[in-house]
Write a protein that binds this ligand. Structure first.
Ligand code: PEP
Ligand code: MG
Length: 323
């Protein structure tokens, strides 16, 4: 069993009928890149950069960030690395920013909202990422975008940072892909309006589920309502993938759901292009992808979308997978 899985380390993630997807890893520090590679990651689908900012007294400098991003880029070589820009706030605090307490931190001043307000801090991160982009295949991803205005503001700031680098003769990857997370329901619903202005989407189900069903992802008492297989969640995911594909853009997923063995066939069937998960789940996911056909996964996805409750959906999938 273990041996069979290890044999999949450098195999492509390809279904029996030839659909290839990418299985990538979520990481929190540059060191994690080694574990990702050992577990057969074809890229980094989510580098959570907030850990660079946490457990310290002050903001990390541009140089410090550049070093971290360069390390990951070099470790991964020609494999893509998606660097998520700072996603602080919500459950993650930065004492030195002295942010006021909020009644609803998950609905508050966090992630891209903070970055678009503190452009000084955001620009330093963008500069560091762009400078590191000559050392590998980096991609930029914004968290918590809720609509087109925020996306445009972030992109225009990125453009101004690129212009500054050009004027100073500092090299960067001019073709760098720029995408956004889909983790706010408004972004999922209007994915068709956002798709033309990004290179890719990555669905952040951890937040998308909590906002879609209004269930705090940290609250144990209501955790039974936190349901990835809620028909509304699956409909949102289907819509996002369809909207992106209609505009010729690819779609990944970097929430926990991407590594859930029950969810993988459905997500594959819905057309998901990239699955990013904790490194330890990758080989199991590859075993799953290589053992089914895309055609079959599509029929499962269609059937699942007919059911009316999460319970029916989970029952159906467990039956299919013999669990
Ligand atoms: C998500 O929301 O699904 C996600 C991947 O981001 P985080 O878990 O860091 O909020
Ligand atoms: Mg999130």
């Amino acid at each position: 069993q273990k041996e069979a899985l290890l044999a999949l380390v450098d195999k492509p993630s390809i279904t029996k009928d030839g659909r290839r997807v990418e299985l990538a890893a979520n990481i929190g520090t540059p060191k994690d890149a080694q574990g990702a590679l050992r577990n057969g990651a074809e890229g980094i689908g989510l580098y959570r950069t907030e850990f660079l900012y946490m457990d310290r007294q002050e903001l990390p400098s541009e140089e410090e960030q550049y070093e971290a991003y360069r390390q990951v880029a070099e470790a991964m070589g020609d494999k893509p690395v998606i660097i998520r820009t700072l996603d602080i706030g919500g459950d993650k605090e930065l004492p030195y920013l002295q942010l006021p307490q909020e009644a609803n931190p998950f609905l508050g001043y966090r992630a891209i909202r903070l970055c678009l307000d503190r452009k000084d801090l955001f620009k330093i991160q963008l500069r560091a990422i762009l400078r590191a982009s000559v050392h590998g295949k980096l991609r930029i991803m914004y968290p918590m975008i809720s609509g087109l205005e925020e996306l445009r503001q972030a992109n225009s700031l990125l453009q101004s940072v690129k212009n500054e680098l050009k004027e100073s003769g500092i090299p960067f990857d001019e073709e760098i892909q720029v995408g956004m997370m889909i983790e706010v329901p408004s972004a999922a619903i209007s994915a068709d309006l956002l798709a033309p202005e990004v290179d890719f989407f990555s669905i952040g189900t951890n937040d998308l589920i909590q906002y879609a069903v209004a269930v705090d992802r940290m609250n144990e008492r209501i955790s039974h309502l936190y349901q990835p297989f809620h028909p509304s969640v699956l409909r949102l995911i289907r819509h996002v993938i369809q909207a992106a594909h209609q505009h010729g853009k690819w779609v990944g997923m970097c929430g926990e759901m991407a590594g859930d063995p029950l969810a993988i066939p459905v997500l594959l069937g819905l057309g998901l292009d990239e699955f990013s998960m904790s490194a330890s789940s990758i080989l199991d996911a590859r075993a799953c992808i290589t053992s089914i056909s895309y055609q079959e996964a599509k029929t499962w996805a269609e059937e699942v979308l007919q059911y009316k409750t999460a319970e029916e959906i989970v029952e159906f999938l467990k039956g299919k997978l013999g669990k």
